[in-house]
Design a protein around this ligand. Structure first.
Ligand code: ZN
Length: 71
């Protein structure tokens, strides 16, 4: 089994971990109904895309949790 010859320094370890953070997902506000939806997607609340109604709105999903849409 391969074993590291040298211990990783605090500096190298922390440099490696400098990318280990979470980023918030992108979000847009619907021009038709004002709810928050994922960018480049049909609004699940009113079924509009780029200001036009393109489909019937779907049932509420986990993405549209009440706490998220109220914020
Ligand atoms: Zn909408």
């Amino acid at each position: 089994m391969a074993v590291p010859k040298f211990r990783t320094s605090k500096s190298k370890r922390d440099m490696r971990r400098s990318h280990h953070f979470l980023t918030a997902p992108g979000s847009s506000v619907c021009k038709n109904c004002g709810s928050v939806y994922r960018p480049h997607s049909v609004c699940a609340n009113c079924g509009s895309y780029k200001g036009k109604i393109v489909m019937a709105p779907k049932a509420k999903t986990a993405w549209q949790g009440e706490d998220f849409t109220q914020a």
